[in-house]
Write a protein that binds this ligand. Sequence first.
Ligand code: ADP
Length: 541
Amino acid sequence: MLGLMQEQPLLISSLIEFADRHQGDGQIVSRRVEGDIHRYTWADVARRSRQVANALDAAKLAFSARVATLAWNGYRHLELYFGVSGSGRVLHTLNPRLHPDQVAWIANHAEDEVLCFDATFLPIVQAIHARCPGIRQYVMLCEADKLPQDSGVPNLVAYESWIGGQSSDYAWPSFDENSASSMCYTSGTTGHPKAALYSHRSTILHAYAAALPDVMGLSARDSVLPVVPMFHVNAWGIPYSAALTGCKLVFPGPALDGKSVYELIEAEKVTYAAGVPTVWQMLLAHMAPAGLRFSTLNRTVIGGSACPPAMIEAFREKYGVEVLHAWGMTEMSPLGTLCTLKNKHLSLPPEEQMKIRLKQGRAIYGVDMRIVGDDGRELPWDGKTYGDLQVKGPWIVRDYYKAEGGSPLVDGWFPTGDVATIDADGYMQITDRSKDVIKSGGEWISSIDIENIAMAHPAVQMAACVGMPHPKWDERPLLVAVKRPGMDVSREELLAFYEGRIAKWQIPDDVVFVEAIPLGATGKMLKTRLREMLKDYRLPA
Ligand code: ADP
């Protein structure tokens, strides 16, 4: 017997319709690329996202066609979130921090047809358009009078003219909730970047879960600042959860330095902020010397990399801000665990509570997790035994988009590439990473790319790249190289060899020359041994 409840597909358009009808006067504040502050409401987002949908219809974009963005966190980007997905197309948020070669590869792989970009990223568009024949419309997120006349970019239109002539009436279509809604490529894997292709259903379920009290805990009384980029797993889903809860949204635009973020928090009475540790390092470094205090901020969710204990302590003890340590992945929409205490922990002394807060946290309902040994058998939840962390759930990838080599799942579980312990209370703690990538300031650097470039240098016989701890960026790449017999190359020459071949911030911080790189029985480089060899090494300041 089936239940007798109404059947309604879970669609992203329902979020913006809800926000329009129930919290239409809720505020959205954005620092713009132009430098000024822009203000409007959820009703305005709804109206203009309907205009976006009409513009896409006018351009005859098919259902599921990809509309890419290269944009900061801001109101126009938010309109695209709802207008593109709501009308049945797929929003593809490109990462502007990548080298233009990588951006072009990803845009072609995704088969993007429209690219909407902030003025800041015009140079990237100029570098890639000739190589991206599938993109038939470029939309610069600006007023008509700000559109450059001599950009060389074909079919370029200003966003305000593109949507300006369109009607603000639009009937959002209904379709299968499993249809694709947005996509995000991750470089946190081996080989080419791979895309997580989210669905309407996965996005809505994630939006519900993220808003729960022990997860992000968002409410209509909050003023929320997502510093985490909208091109980074949909700003951890905050735009969707915000539409559902009716919180105020504050977008930082391109200004992510400590001073700008602090001023925005104070001016917009921000209660809640989200970002990677590096952003908060910059904020705290700005505040400490001047003795600045927060007037309204009371919670901050920190994830993307392990949150250093000193940061949790500084936020809590010095500034009275609760830190919510979160773990997730692009492949997980991204939320997997969040660290909040249970009732029984409230009577523990502060240092015992701190030990718990440092963990990556408990699984959110909707995410199942386990740790397994090399033989694939599940390991005990004793807080000591560590193994490969696997997850499953309705907002976790089953397959990568157009990926070769079949599904990444193992017995129905997604292998995260993280190594972790889980304790008897279900708190997961990351202890290591089995995937060969480096995460610097929340962004991935592929060890293999770095190694391949070094190996292309005539004087290099073998090269290995490992991540080294760094106080600001969490990790930075170090290149370990073996010179070819009879040939010479200096550290400086080798580092210069990377210029133009990779994004500047991905270039290793240093080179260490060694006689040999430790190899395993199958000839694979033994990075664990290499890290042991380098245990006393420190990156140059
Ligand atoms: P995001 O940065 O949004 O979490 P990514 O897909 O870029 O998503 O990165 C996911 C990876 O980042 C994880 O597999 C893990 O290696 C690392 N990571 C994310 N959050 C944490 C955390 N809180 N502590 C340690 N590592 C983390």
